[in-house]
Design a protein around this ligand. Structure first.
Ligand SMILES: *[C@@H]1O[C@H](CO)[C@@H](O)[C@H](O)[C@H]1NC(C)=O
Ligand SMILES: *[C@@H]1O[C@H](CO)[C@@H](O)[C@H](O)[C@H]1NC(C)=O
Ligand SMILES: *[C@@H]1O[C@H](CO)[C@@H](O)[C@H](O)[C@H]1NC(C)=O
Ligand SMILES: *[C@@H]1O[C@H](CO)[C@@H](O)[C@H](O)[C@H]1NC(C)=O
Ligand SMILES: *[C@@H]1O[C@H](CO)[C@@H](O)[C@H](O)[C@H]1NC(C)=O
Ligand SMILES: *[C@@H]1O[C@H](CO)[C@@H](O)[C@H](O)[C@H]1NC(C)=O
Length: 260
């Protein structure tokens, strides 16, 4: 009698075990497969995503504009903040103004180079063909560009309304054109002063005037490349080993340094 009960129970037990196992599998294993690197730092990375280096570009309402306490009238009028059309500024200084003018003219492209778009960022050689940027805090781990929450800007000398017609993959391509303004300052103390006053607490009016980056070409000439770069280190103060968007601002001039 006992053996009979066991014989009947055995398949039932097996069935229950299978159901339990299936349930565990569904919840744990399958779930792990849907790991989203955007929300979970510990997702396995099947391959290192190729992401183009981005410039740290200020958000439109904070980009530097003319104010009473700024001596410089080459900055845009404050009215651009109303419709989000403010350009983003890069400051240059150095001993040789004409060299600065040459470099200023080559830092930012004047039209979208679609070969980079076509290459879907897999061709690292073409990454520098366009100047791309973002306002968000840089991600601290490698994630594909399409997972970045922020808008990718295309920084250009002029923005046209139809630049988006060249866009191939709206998920990864730049979505907003930002005019890049490259301005010369006569010496580094002026740049320091302008950067300092651009901070909310750097002036008495609580105004914010952010700059992409500033470059001092020092005593550079065609045989000697000696440059120092100012960048905003605010995000770096949030902890140790914080990744900042500096490489692109360095590369912006390194690649173009072919004077003479
Ligand atoms: C924004 O406003 C400025 C002047 O206030 C104007 O020149 C410009 O064309 C406007 N831009 C857009 C995109 O509406
Ligand atoms: C400044 O740079 C330009 C361009 O490289 C060069 O032709 C000129 O000789 C330089 N001037 C001085 C004073 O070094
Ligand atoms: C576009 O970028 C590619 C790759 O860097 C380069 O070979 C090509 O000359 C660029 N085209 C223009 C018009 O700048
Ligand atoms: C910068 O220096 C040049 C030449 O020394 C001078 O003509 C110009 O007025 C100066 N600009 C400012 C804003 O001081
Ligand atoms: C530096 O970056 C921080 C964070 O984005 C921002 O709040 C601040 O205004 C920036 N300062 C300047 C001068 O760009
Ligand atoms: C680079 O510039 C700095 C600051 O002006 C100077 O001390 C240094 O000697 C320069 N280096 C070279 C190689 O010219």
């Amino acid at each position: 009698m006992r053996t009979n009960i066991l014989l009947v129970c055995y398949p039932t037990l097996l069935c229950i075990l299978i159901v339990v196992f299936q349930h565990v599998y569904d919840n744990v294993i399958k779930h792990a497969k849907k790991c989203d690197p955007k929300t979970n730092f510990n997702c396995p990375t099947p391959e290192i995503p190729v992401t183009p280096p981005l410039l740290q570009v200020p958000r439109s309402p904070y980009r530097a504009v003319r104010t009473d306490f700024f001596l410089f009238n080459d900055l845009p009028d404050e009215s651009c903040r109303r419709n989000g059309s403010c350009p983003a500024t890069i400051l240059l200084t150095g001993k040789n103004h004409s060299l600065g003018e040459i470099l200023a003219g080559t830092m930012i492209t004047s039209s979208l180079n679609t070969s980079q778009i076509m290459a879907s960022y897999n061709d690292l050689g073409s990454v520098a063909a366009n100047v791309l940027g973002s306002s968000s805090m840089p991600p601290q781990y490698l994630i594909p560009l399409k997972f970045l929450d922020d808008i990718i800007y295309l920084v250009q000398r002029q923005c046209t309304n139809n630049f988006l017609t060249n866009v191939v993959d709206p998920e990864v391509d730049p979505r907003e054109c930002v005019k890049g303004l490259v301005l010369w300052r006569n010496d580094s103390t002026l740049v320091n002063d302008e950067l300092y006053k651009g901070y909310y607490k750097g002036n008495l009016h609580g105004k914010i005037n952010e700059i992409i980056a500033a470059y001092d070409f020092l005593n550079s000439n065609k045989n000697n490349f000696n440059v120092s770069i100012w960048y905003n280190s605010t995000y770096g103060q949030t902890g140790d080993n914080v990744l900042l968007r500096i490489p692109r601002s360095v590369n912006l001039i390194m690649k173009k340094y072919e004077p003479g």
